[in-house]
Design a protein around this ligand. Structure first.
Ligand SMILES: Nc1ncnc2c1ncn2[C@@H]1O[C@H](COP(=O)(O)OP(=O)(O)O)[C@@H](O)[C@H]1O
Ligand SMILES: [Mg+2]
Length: 250
């Protein structure tokens, strides 16, 4: 069945050069922190960047950015507010402090609605922060944003590796573009497990980010966040994936 909103969504995303969806099998592996930091890293390099928080049950990009009391503007759709030069769109603007007890179909409708009304304008990068796993949000991105490239996150824990493998399988079966796998919260005694998993599944291993115990104090404070070890290590990966043309196998 043809969904009329499909055409509108296509139009809304037409002037976005690259869409990068940050995904993982599990929650708590650092998707939100990485997606938001990735947006910051690219916008600091003068790219035009949007950040789309699609984690409906736990929207939190705004927490990393420390923003409060900002709202989108209504004008032939909705124009996302700009924070730290990033156009931010999140269900939080509509939900405020209230919980959002949405069921599957409602989540799906809300996502499609948000995609259909948001006026991103022209962007170099749109970063999408996905909830864990293979729920409505991920499936709708696969369905409507066929050009999205997936950036997968895992920790070196077996619990995370096992479930990210499942996600890799799903993504591969839908033929979407997988940028590769980032290992977050790396620990010395588990060196190599994530790289092995990437190799086994035929996807790029993009690098490791170590556990950074200073990170908590930088949440909500982007000026501080950009000076952490976490951010420096993420930037190295960002440079390798997005800012050079050469192959990033190493
Ligand atoms: N490299 C890291 N070092 C230390 N803490 C981290 C690191 N990456 C993420 N965290 C912390 O782990 C928690 C979960 O991160 P979050 O980005 O919310 O994960 P997700 O979006 O995958 O659920 C947060 O408290 C975050 O600050
Ligand atoms: Mg998250």
């Amino acid at each position: 069945m043809i969904d009329p909103r499909e055409k509108i969504i296509k139009e809304r995303f037409r002037n976005i050069k690259r869409i990068v969806s940050v995904a993982a099998g599990k929650g708590g592996v650092g998707k939100t922190l990485i997606a938001t930091s990735l947006a910051l890293a690219l916008s600091r390099r003068k790219y035009k960047v949007g950040l789309f928080d699609l984690d409906f049950y736990g929207p939190s990009c705004h927490v990393v950015l420390g923003v409060k009391d900002i709202f989108p503007k209504e004008e032939k759709g909705i124009i996302p507010p700009t924070v730290y030069n990033i156009s931010l769109m999140s269900i939080i603007f509509f939900a405020k402090e209230e919980p959002l007890p949405l069921r599957g179909k409602e989540v799906s409708d809300a996502i499609i609605e948000l995609m259909a009304i948001t006026r991103w304008g022209s962007l170099d990068f749109l970063i999408i922060d996905l909830p864990p796993g293979i729920g409505e949000e991920t499936l709708e991105v696969i369905r409507f944003l066929r050009d999205s490239e997936f950036l997968l996150i895992t920790t070196p824990s077996k619990l995370s590796l096992e479930v990210v493998q499942r996600l890799i399988k799903l993504l591969k079966s839908t033929n979407v573009n997988i940028l590769g796998l980032i290992e977050n919260m790396a620990m010395n005694n588990y060196m190599g497990v994530s790289k092995k998993l990437a190799n086994k599944n035929g996807i790029q291993f993009l690098g490791s980010i170590r556990f950074d115990k200073e990170i908590e104090s930088a949440i909500g404070n982007p000026e501080k966040l950009v000076s952490t070890q976490f951010f420096t290590e993420l930037e190295k990966i960002v440079e390798r994936i997005f800012l050079t043309n050469q192959s990033h196998q190493y």
